[in-house]
Design a protein around this ligand. Structure first.
Ligand code: ARG
Length: 383
């Protein structure tokens, strides 16, 4: 196992962890889940798709079943993604798969069914030779990085630094609801209750929460999407931890949380962006870069889901979430032909990979992977 070294998203990829979709059977629909996915649960489809949770009161656990066929097809696609990366010469590591009979996990005052380590970009940030486990905002994901512990241990034994950011308690009152409130939809119809926090004897007030996927890594510059106080605190912790070596740039509310379906760096000087307005939201020194904006997603490119039974967790822009193998080669969803063509016109080699249910499981190829070794160093891309 060579040493951990990953400072960016585009220099030649040598080693990567590919998430596991095994036994993704349900979603735990508690306040933490509803809040995190608030924008997609109410914003992109008719609110009628969302019958209000009638039994959310008094600690009742609401498990939302995922159809077996979708879970199996997802698993198939993720295994193919791992095989494609291996074929491209990248060493692929895998998390422990979630067993089919996983018992619920618990924190102080809550219980939740654990999720598999699928969107592994979310709960870990790799900065150079350091693994930083970030503080999760969703209870069911609290122990997700434990499924990565064997891989992290192997890197640690080869000299990597391994840090865990302070763990939040995640009581109802830990969450800053301001973003969800400020972006509430006006579609009418029944929307989910997202602002009915119950008191807990373990309340500690607002806590730090930040996902690795809120951070865009560019060598010594980090661009972090901050949408509310939980994120502000997480970012402040990170800045103090990193000291003066890194330049931490905060961008305010570019997205609800993750930045990697809004903007991704394809190579020095070039971003892939959801829309033209992204440029103005970026830190000043990065506004002069080129922003490639693909055509609007084609609604016909997605499977048709049931409005009442299938929980759609991402926007239709999710296919922007590509994975670069180097500055010329990009893994793109084979169904997103508009994006593939745009990238080809721009001179990139596109590797088409199948990923059918990206809207049901919260992520694309960037989310499902964690690059642990790229050849790039601690560069200053701004000078
Ligand atoms: N790292 C991730 N899980 N990123 C996925 C972000 C998806 C984004 N919320 C969207 O709806 O488009």
């Amino acid at each position: 196992m060579p040493r951990l070294n990953s400072h960016d998203d585009f220099t030649p990829l040598k080693e990567v962890i590919v998430g596991s979709a095994a036994n993704y059977l349900s979603h735990e629909r508690d306040v933490s889940f509803e809040l995190f996915h608030h924008e997609n649960l109410t914003g992109f489809r008719s609110d009628w798709a969302y019958p209000r949770l009638t039994q959310a009161a008094a600690g009742h656990r609401e498990s939302w079943a995922i159809k077996e066929r979708y879970a199996e097809e997802l698993h198939e696609d993720v295994e193919d993604l791992a095989a494609t990366l291996a074929r491209l010469g990248v060493t692929v590591h895998r998390p422990l798969p979630l067993p089919p009979d996983a018992s619920p996990i618990a924190g102080l005052g809550w219980e939740a069914a654990p999720t598999p380590a699928l969107n592994i970009r979310d709960n870990t940030l790799i900065l150079g030779d350091e693994i930083i486990e970030t503080p999760p905002a969703i209870r069911s994901r609290y122990l997700e990085t434990r499924l990565l512990a064997p891989v992290f241990t192997a890197y640690w034994q080869e000299g990597a630094r391994w840090t865990t950011m302070p763990r939040p308690t995640l009581t109802d009152n830990s969450f800053d609801l301001s973003y969800a409130r400020d972006t509430a939809t006006t579609l009418g119809g029944p929307t989910e209750a997202i602002d009915d926090p119950q008191p807990s004897p373990y309340d500690v007030g607002l806590e730090m929460m930040l996902d690795g996927a809120q951070v865009l890594r560019l060598g010594r510059d980090l661009v972090i999407n901050v949408a509310q106080e939980n994120h502000t605190r997480g970012t402040e912790w990170l800045q103090r931890h990193l000291g003066h070596q890194y330049r931490v740039h905060r961008v305010w509310r570019m997205a609800d949380n993750h930045i990697d379906s809004m903007v991704l760096a394809l190579k020095p000087g070039v971003f892939l962006a959801r829309h033209e307005g992204i440029r103005d939201l970026m830190p000043e020194p990065l506004r002069s870069w080129r922003y490639i904006v693909p055509p609007e997603p084609d609604a016909g490119a997605f499977p048709v889901y049931d409005d009442y039974e299938d929980l759609v967790l991402t926007s239709p822009y999710i296919d922007l979430n590509v994975l670069s193998v180097d500055e010329h080669t990009v893994l793109v969803n084979e169904d997103c032909t508009g994006l593939a063509k745009t990238l080809e016109t721009e001179g990139f080699d596109v590797v088409p990979v199948r990923h059918r249910h990206r809207r049901l499981f919260g992520g694309g190829f960037h989310c499902f992977t964690l690059d642990t070794h790229r050849t790039g160093g601690f560069e200053d891309y701004l000078s």
